[in-house]
Design a protein around this ligand. Structure first.
Ligand code: HEC
Ligand code: HEC
Ligand code: HEC
Ligand code: HEC
Ligand code: HEC
Ligand code: HEC
Length: 497
């Protein structure tokens, strides 16, 4: 712990110096004068990554940034695709994360050490550059997705870092290091065939530590193990060995170095977030793995689970007597016990601001999620908040969005529209919900100022834009003239069909 803290102090100094140069690129002086418009967002609006990687891995550094580009001519805007891009490229670049900062970070450097064992064949640093699992680094070129109609950079290895700016470093480190910035910035540029920037924007890229450590360090100490990541992993393994699997995961040595771990839970617990359709099983990844001396199980016990990863984690904790009696009797409603959390408040959008809706109003609480069978099909649209046919205990969004009244005008409900916010499009064909509304869980206007910068900068630069009472440029993109040169500069609700 001490040496980690020392490293952190050195790191903080480096980062504070780096912060002076690494600032968000200023937007073009006048976006409205540009022939192109670009809006970017993070796919989920929230993301977890682990602070340590030597024991086990839940989720890797893996953020996906998307963007839509429109050509602004004299008539209706035209979506820029790979087919009509005429040599243009869309590139991205993270601001607070640099190759040097990440490689010097004591936590991220653990990812660099252990990820080749967690994902054999993966090279986390190539030619001095940090790489994500899908082959994208912290800066690069976005590719066009002709199904989803957006430019995408999948799996950017974004990681919370200490910037030295106390207004940004809000995330408490459960392991006692300095606070970190969980709401990073990614700049997105549209360049013409000569490399000249013709449009640009910035979006929030959220990544934070989950809350496992806050209970598990205490739990380890309460059972005579050191209150450290290693102690917690040892006790976690012991508990796992006492469940029906008999497998003490801390006694598995995948690579034969004589030390337990690192273990990826999704080797045995199916997790679509890892891009896998089924759990591969330990032997498929590490055919020559060994079990450390003193273990109470054998290779014959080592098998994949019948349960998804989402299932074991959510169901176990919400039904476990010790969790409920001693750690959090209300864990079924307290999603921030695990989802960030840690002073991060990753759920921050207009639903929170306007109506005090909480996660469970859309997703169901953990008991409802279990009862509705959501955990058998995790990460699937079919089990996510749906507005047309809500799952058990989940409110139909039509209760909220039957009609909307803006500036005295009542807009009708559009019954087939909702339920697929993240990948849907909602305006005459190509514009995506997130292009106009901002990222999921941070819908405009967000309670966090940083989320609102993109829209207020973009929409706010339209000459002569006017807003009805109660609305302003931080609200969803409704100034028609931002995209349509031939339409009004008065903010309104665009047709959603
Ligand atoms: C609110 C406190 C709390 C949080 C947050 C929490 N846990 Fe736990 N967890 C516990 C307790 C308490 C136990 C021990 C239960 C017992 O002994 O009956 C436990 C047990 C476990 C077990 C052992 C299950 C088995 O096989 O018997 C695993 C694995 C686990 N937790 C993983 C996690 C992970 C991963 C996270 C973060 C995503 C997490 N926990 C977050 C309190 C918590
Ligand atoms: C080598 C395979 C393997 C690995 C790796 C593994 N598990 Fe398991 N796990 C199992 C099996 C098998 C079961 C028994 C339940 C079953 O048959 O599905 C189980 C059961 C559990 C349970 C209890 C579920 C219940 O219904 O009682 C929890 C919680 C759990 N695992 C969490 C984790 C976590 C968290 C990790 C990573 C830190 C992990 N497991 C890694 C194979 C594995
Ligand atoms: C004990 C820790 C824990 C608690 C408490 C918890 N989560 Fe999770 N949740 C996780 C982890 C870890 C993942 C990532 C699992 C994966 O990689 O598939 C996750 C993933 C999810 C997912 C995506 C996967 C899926 O099942 O579709 C949803 C949705 C979700 N959680 C909702 C919630 C909601 C809503 C709450 C509160 C009512 C909640 N979670 C509370 C640990 C927790
Ligand atoms: C206003 C409703 C709403 C609230 C409140 C809400 N979510 Fe969501 N959440 C959604 C929608 C809608 C999706 C994405 C569905 C889609 O379009 O695919 C989603 C997706 C997710 C996902 C990704 C799952 C996947 O399969 O892609 C996770 C994880 C998640 N939410 C967790 C949470 C947590 C944790 C909270 C509270 C801290 C929360 N959500 C609050 C509506 C909500
Ligand atoms: C071209 C931009 C644009 C697109 C694309 C778009 N919206 Fe909207 N939407 C708006 C604006 C502007 C408003 C008014 C927002 C307000 O009142 O704050 C609005 C209003 C709404 C409302 C009503 C809010 C309320 O206060 O009742 C909902 C719900 C909604 N949109 C959902 C969606 C969904 C889901 C999609 C994708 C399937 C989508 N929108 C696509 C611009 C858009
Ligand atoms: C984010 C950019 C964007 C904004 C903001 C926007 N639109 Fe559009 N709109 C488009 C695009 C792009 C098309 C062409 C459809 C396509 O490419 O799929 C379009 C098409 C249309 C069409 C159908 C074609 C036509 O001109 O008859 C109408 C009507 C329309 N928009 C009205 C509006 C109104 C009214 C507003 C403001 C309240 C608005 N739009 C705001 C991007 C936008």
């Amino acid at each position: 712990m001490k040496s980690i803290k020392k490293k952190f102090i050195a790191l903080t100094a480096t980062l504070a110096a780096a912060a002076l140069v690494a600032t968000a690129a200023p937007l073009l002086a006048s976006q409205s004068a540009s022939t192109y418009k670009v809006i970017a967002w993070n796919d989920l609006g929230m993301h977890c990554a682990c602070p340590t990687f030597g024991g086990f891995l839940l989720l890797p550094p893996f953020n996906t940034v998307k963007a839509q580009v429109f050509k602004y001519g004299t008539n209706d805007p035209v979506l820029i695709t790979s087919a009509n891009a005429a040599g243009m490229t869309v590139t991205y670049s993270m601001v607070e994360n640099t190759d040097a900062i990440l490689q010097a970070d004591p936590y991220f450097s653990q990812w660099i050490s252990y990820s080749p064992k967690l994902f054999p064949g993966f090279a986390p640093v190539v030619g001095g550059k940090v790489m994500g699992l899908a082959g994208n680094g912290i800066a690069g070129t976005m590719t066009y997705d002709s199904t989803l109609l957006d430019w995408t950079a999948v799996g950017i290895p974004a990681y919370p870092v200490t910037t030295g700016d106390p207004t940004k470093d809000i995330m408490i480190d459960p392991l006692g290091g300095p606070n970190r910035d969980p709401f990073l910035t990614t700049n997105v540029y549209v360049k013409d065939s000569t490399g000249k920037i013709v449009a640009q924007t910035s979006t929030v890229t959220p990544v934070a530590f989950g809350g496992c450590c806050s209970c598990h360090l205490k739990l380890a100490a309460a059972n005579g193990y050191p209150s450290t990541p290693a102690g917690s992993f040892a006790y976690l393994g012991k508990m796992h060995g006492q469940n029906s699997s008999k497998i003490d995961i801390s006694m598995i040595d995948p690579d034969g170095d004589g030390v337990g771990g690192p273990i990826r839970c999704s080797w045995c617990h199916w997790d679509p977030a890892m891009g896998e359709n089924a759990a591969p099983g330990l032997a498929a990844v590490w055919p020559n793995y060994t079990i450390l001396p003193g273990a109470t199980f054998t290779k014959a016990d080592v098998k994949v689970s019948q349960y998804s990863f989402s299932d074991v984690l959510h169901r176990f904790h919400t039904q476990d007597p010790l969790v409920l009696s001693t750690y959090d009797p209300n864990i079924a409603n307290n999603c921030y016990d695990c989802h960030p959390g840690n002073n991060v408040n990753c759920y921050r959008g207009s639903h929170k601001v306007k109506t005090a809706i909480w996660c469970v109003d859309c997703h169901g609480n953990l008991n409802q999620r279990v009862a509705a069978g959501q955990l058998t099909q995790p990460w699937k649209t079919s089990t996510l908040p749906s507005c047309t046919s809500p799952a058990l205990g989940i409110k139909s969004a039509f209760a909220c969005h039957a009609t909307s009244v803006v500036g005295g005008t009542t807009y009708p409900a559009t019954p087939t529209l909702f339920g697929k916010f993240i990948n849907s499009r909602g305006h005459k064909g190509s514009p995506k919900c997130q292009t106009c509304h901002g990222e999921a869980h941070a819908e405009a206007p967000s309670s966090m100022t940083l989320d609102n910068v993109q829209l207020s900068t973009q929409q706010g630069t339209v000459a002569g834009a006017t807003y009805p009472t109660g609305k302003n440029s931080t609200y969803a993109l409704g100034v028609c003239k931002f995209c349509h040169p031939n339409k009004t500069s008065t903010w309104g609700v665009p047709p959603h069909m």
